[in-house]
Design a protein. Structure first.
Length: 190
């Protein structure tokens, strides 16, 4: 079974919306506006590209990333990886041609089936709504969280507010940095 890893920049109060400056959110760009950049705090991002074998995202994240990431040196390893987009509305005509193999999945059942295939870890980028659905369906195996010392208030959150049974996590790696960021890696206890 393949490991499904959710990776996120997250505020202390759980917001994951518009970390890179995406339009339409009041605090857009919060990952670089108010926090000193320290390369070591982001080293996990390079590690993720080296260990992941596929990328999973929701439609909105695909539509945000696909015009930009294929030509970015920082994301070169992702260009050759298979990509999977969970969407009930995208068609093949909506996919970009310069970002490698991309498959549209229509349901969480198809995500569960993907996890059953041969291969290495699958990384989930962005995709707040998809992350919530995957978590609620117990499909996420690990979280890579870079926690920013910010309270953003309103905004899309990584975790849903649904009433569900407790989901236990095991902290397997952590580090605090001089700029206040924290890396927390949690395995989901299934």
């Amino acid at each position: 079974m393949r490991t499904l890893i959710s990776t996120a920049f997250i505020s202390l109060d759980g917001v994951v919306e518009a970390p890179g400056g995406e339009p339409g959110y009041r605090n857009s760009g919060w990952t670089f506006k108010d926090v000193e950049f320290l390369p070591e705090a982001f080293a996990i991002k390079g590690e993720e590209q080296k260990t992941a074998t596929a990328v999973l995202m929701g439609r909105l994240s695909y539509e945000a990333f696909s015009p930009v990431w294929p030509d970015m040196e920082d994301f070169a390893d992702y260009k050759v990886m298979p990509k999977y987009v969970v969407s009930t509305t995208l068609t093949g005509d909506d996919l970009v041609s310069n970002w490698g193999e991309t498959t549209i999945l229509r349901s969480l059942d198809e995500v569960a089936a993907l996890k059953e295939t041969e291969g290495g870890p699958i990384i989930v980028h962005g995709s707040a709504s998809l992350n919530q659905a995957l978590s609620d369906a117990c499909l996420i195996d690990r979280y890579h969280l870079i926690v920013f010392p910010l309270l953003l208030g309103a905004g899309k959150r990584l975790f849903s507010g649904s009433d569900k049974d407790t989901q236990k996590l095991r902290l397997v790696e952590h580090e605090a940095y001089a700029n206040g960021l924290q890396k927390n890696v949690f395995d989901v206890v299934h």
